[in-house]
Design a protein around this ligand. Structure first.
Ligand code: AQP
Length: 332
């Protein structure tokens, strides 16, 4: 059976980008017919300035939203990364496999490092090394497929390189995984700045739709989305990024093709209205279910406890194998 792993970091409130780029496929496709593990990767939230109480709160909220979106603990394994120690155990071995040069080439390191420096903050060493921890997250489970938005392509490539290198040096240990992306909306852009990704850790603003936004706020954000000065509706990601983003959002919500949709609209206003209604409809059941699940803390904690137990049982033998393969003496 295909093994799937993917994660989400509790660095902010989950967005429409998270849902369309990753979560929706986890719910609708990946948890059915595959052995799927999903994790709230909390250790990754510590790589930039953070507030401990907020990380804890967002960790539970992310897990709750994943359940509200439709992850079913009977069908998949949901857990918090820091509850399964095998991830950090394996990460060190992979740090002994990766090179300094390949980590310094990571786009997110360059971008977030520059951001931290311009804010007068130090750049945490973990910002450099976290792609290795992400590789450990994936490799610990003999993962075949990693369903992600396309901002994560470089990280999955690194994971593949490390798996191949480790296997060549120390004997076959890891499955070499591959990234999978949704057919549309693999990168949902900020509604106010359609040249940058809609990211949950970015400054909250009118360009980001959060999964828990009230319907009227969602409408307002989409109706005010930045487009461009043209009047005709065409699908052109490079030249008309704002319009392309709206077409992709609507296409992802309705299962249509963005280029075909473009031909159906004469005005930006109509397109925005339909996109807004489609998103409102998509998010309404998630918000409702979130309120129900959030009222029952005990339920979420029990799901996460069972998930961590299963994940640990899966990962431990493989990580033990990796320890032996790299040359460490097993404890008596
Ligand atoms: N805008 C997006 N469009 C499509 N997919 C997206 N994903 C995130 N944003 C978009 C996908 O959601 C999964 C979890 O994302 P994440 O928690 O790793 O990253 P984030 O939501 O982008 O959060 P941050 O903290 O703002 O991250 P940075 O600044 O690192 O980008 C992933 O599968 C991701 O592809």
């Amino acid at each position: 059976m295909t093994r799937i792993f993917s994660g989400i970091k509790p660095t902010g409130h989950l967005t429409l980008g998270n849902y369309l780029g990753a979560m929706r496929r986890w719910v609708e496709v990946d948890q059915h017919g595959a052995d799927a593990l999903f994790s709230v990767v909390d250790l990754h939230a510590l790589t930039v300035e953070h507030d401990p109480a907020r990380v804890r709160r967002l960790t539970r909220q992310s897990a709750t939203l994943l359940l509200a979106a439709g992850l079913d603990p009977e069908l998949c394994t949901l857990f918090v990364q820091s509850h399964v120690h095998e991830h950090t155990r394996l990460s060190y071995l992979l740090e002994c496999t990766a090179t300094d040069g390949e980590l310094r080439r990571m786009i997110q390191y360059k971008e977030k490092g520059a951001r931290a420096q311009s804010a007068g903050q130090g750049v945490r060493l973990s910002l450099l090394t976290y792609p290795v921890l992400m590789a450990a997250d994936i490799l610990a489970y003999r993962t075949d497929e990693v369903p992600v938005g396309d901002d994560q392509t470089q990280h999955v490539e690194l994971t593949r390189d490390l798996a191949v290198r480790f296997n060549q040096r120390h004997g076959h240990t890891f499955t070499v995984p591959r990234a999978t992306h949704p057919p549309v909306a693999a990168r949902v852009m900020d509604l106010q700045d359609p040249t940058s990704k809609m990211g949950k850790s970015h400054e909250p603003g009118a360009g980001i739709v959060y999964l828990l936004d009230e319907a009227d706020l969602v409408r307002k954000k989409i109706m005010r989305a930045v487009t461009d000065s043209g009047t005709d509706v065409v699908y052109d990601r490079a030249e008309r990024p704002g319009l392309a983003n709206l077409l992709e959002i609507l296409a992802a919500c309705t299962g249509a093709d963005p280029a075909v949709l473009a031909g159906e609209y004469r005005s930006y206003g109509d397109l925005k209205r339909d996109a807004a209604e489609a998103v409102v409809e998509l998010l309404a059941p998630i918000r409702k279910r979130h309120a129900e699940i959030a009222a029952d803390h005990g339920y979420v904690d029990a799901v996460l406890r069972a998930g961590a137990e299963r994940a640990t049982a899966l990962a431990r033998p493989l990580v033990d194998d990796a320890y032996r393969a790299i040359g460490l003496l097993p404890a008596g």
